[in-house]
Design a protein around this ligand. Structure first.
Ligand code: 1PR
Length: 525
């Protein structure tokens, strides 16, 4: 029996699912006494540092947690829970952490790299530990903006380090108390194995005998499933051609969402994204099948899951009002790690551009404050607008190597809403930069002109947007062959590349993309 400390601030469903998948039962901490009664305690920290400390105080968990840890009883903290073991964090100044390990957690200082660090990175084991039995150097999944650094005061705790511009602590252990900055429950088989070692080892004692070296963040390959209900009422994975998903009047049906996601996990996808493409007109909370898709997928898929479509405020037919935070929370509870916001981000940016002021009320701000920036992805659906000269528009233009139909040498990228149906007076750079200011943690950059064409990513668009922001950019739309992936990583600073059609139609297996990237010396998982 494993005891889980869930203070109700995010997706701990995946930790729960991973423990169950490994054959253990989960008991939740309901009262402070449950902590001291635990045989083995798993503590997945989610949300911001300050919010976590606040919740632990509110629930009366701080003292029993300190007593449990000081008694050297089996403890595994994950992500923010590792950071909570330290004295405090720059993320929430003035908030006191558990103070078990000396030192402060600080924000990454990596001017050339995106923050948050999102993705698969290695670890260098600085000590031996039963947690690493069977571990063969695989990369593990990280998602964080803050990190603890190794120094003389904490060196007896450092179990592994990782490099991301600087060397930071990726796991700690002393005796039976351990914590990881990475997410074992989201790190595929390698992560599940580390979790299993914690759950099953008779003794967790760490010992001398570390290694040296450096690690590198991998470029991610993401499989995207556009999901909608077809005319027969079934929820299907579909795929558009420049966003037109109908073929001879029928919605294209490329398979069942849960099964396809399972296949992509087995084939080595680094992440899976579901886009509920009619979410802009249907209310997703009523769309229970979509929530069920997430619930069932998260039982068998142990890499990050993103869900988009319909993340916005809503009043239902009975007059009940839901904030966008309510909608997102429902998705997180069902197993999503990130939500992706499309149309609503465009409306938010339009409002922001009128005043230049944050309201604190937008879906981006609300969700980011509670779940963290890394949980908020902005899905941009831009389309090229050609102009003869940059003076013709106030939008950010580029000189393009692919002139327009009348020989136009310049273009800008117009944002659209409602699945590309309606263009707005906002360009992709404005959208990305304002959303970053409002607290978004990642950009999913589609391109309507390229979608479904198999002609390669729009390198010009990806460069224009990724140079304007410091958060990670996912390149999307147009992948047709493995070379398109190496091209996008060689010519842009995109951190991930997403594809749909070629994976669904089994034209290019994910493993072939990975092998090709490796042959080009591009770091992969
Ligand atoms: O506006 O917040 O409700 O979100 C709706 C979401 O649904 C947006 O993220 C939007 O991109 C997506 N969407 C809406 N309509 C469509 C459509 O296709 N008719 N799908 C659509 C967009 C784009 C990509 C696609 C890549 C790769 N799909 O995600 O997977 O272009 O395709 P490829 O590799 O086959 O070229 P809201």
């Amino acid at each position: 029996m494993i005891t889980l400390l869930d203070y109700g601030a995010g997706n701990v469903r995946s930790v729960r699912n991973a423990i169950r998948k490994l054959g253990y039962e989960v008991k939740d901490v309901a009262r402070p006494e449950d902590i001291l009664a635990a045989e083995r305690l798993v503590f997945p920290g989610v949300g911001s540092y300050g919010n976590a400390v606040h919740r632990l105080h509110e629930l009366g968990f701080i003292d029993p947690l300190l007593e449990y840890i000081r008694a050297d009883r089996p403890f595994l903290g994950i992500c923010v829970a590792l950071q909570l073991l330290f004295e405090g964090s720059e993320e929430s100044l003035g908030v006191t952490g558990l103070g078990i390990i000396p030192g402060q957690v600080k924000r990454f200082v990596t001017p050339d790299l995106s923050v948050p660090q999102i993705g698969w990175n290695g670890i260098v084991r600085r000590k031996s530990s039963p947690l690493f039995t069977g571990y063969n150097g695989e990369k593990l999944y990280f998602v964080h903006s803050f990190r603890a650094m190794p120094d003389d005061t904490n060196k007896d705790w450092v179990l592994s380090t990782t490099n991301y511009g600087e060397e930071f602590i990726s796991s700690v252990q002393k005796g039976n108390v351990a914590a990881t900055q990475f997410h074992p429950e989201k790190s595929g088989e390698a992560g599940l194995n580390i979790l299993k070692n914690f759950l099953s080892a008779s003794s967790l004692q760490d010992s001398e005998g570390g290694e040296s070296g450096e690690t590198h963040l991998a470029k991610r390959v993401i499989a995207c499933l556009d999901v909608r209900t077809n005319d027969a009422g079934d929820l299907v994975v579909t795929k558009g051609d420049q966003y037109d998903v109908r073929d001879e009047g029928e919605v294209r049906n490329l398979g069942k969402p849960v099964e396809l996601a399972g296949r992509y996990f087995a084939e080595g996808a680094d992440e899976i994204t579901f886009l509920n493409i009619t979410g802009f007109r249907d209310f997703p909370m009523k769309d229970q099948p979509m929530l069920e898709v997430l619930q069932r997928t998260s039982e068998q898929v142990f890499v990050p899951l993103t869900i988009g479509g319909g993340i916005r405020e809503f009043t239902d037919s009975e007059g009940k009002y839901y904030t966008s935070l309510d909608v997102a929370s429902e998705y997180f509870r069902s197993g999503a790690d990130k939500v992706s916001i499309g149309s609503d981000a465009v409306y938010t940016v339009e409002e922001y551009l009128k005043t230049g002021e944050k309201t604190g009320k937008s879906s981006i701000e609300q969700i980011s404050i509670v779940y963290g920036a890394q949980a908020v992805v902005i899905s941009i659906d831009p389309r090229r607008v050609y102009v003869k000269s940059p003076d013709e528009t106030q939008h950010a233009t580029i000189k393009t190597a692919f002139p327009g139909p009348d020989g136009e040498q310049y273009c800008w990228y117009q944002c659209t809403v409602k699945g590309g149906r309606e263009g707005r007076d906002v360009d992709a750079v404005q959208l990305a930069t304002v959303c970053e200011k409002l607290g978004a943690g990642e950009i999913l950059l589609n391109c309507i002109d390229k979608d479904g064409t198999n002609s390669g990513f729009d390198i010009e668009l990806i460069n224009q947007v990724s140079q304007a922001v410091s958060i990670p950019v996912i390149a999307s739309s147009g992948a047709g062959k493995v070379e398109h992936f190496s091209e996008v990583f060689a010519k842009t600073s995109a951190e991930a590349a997403l594809a749909a059609g070629i994976f669904h139609r089994q034209e290019v297996p994910i493993s072939a993309v990975k092998e090709h990237l490796k042959s080009k010396n591009i770091e992969t998982r």
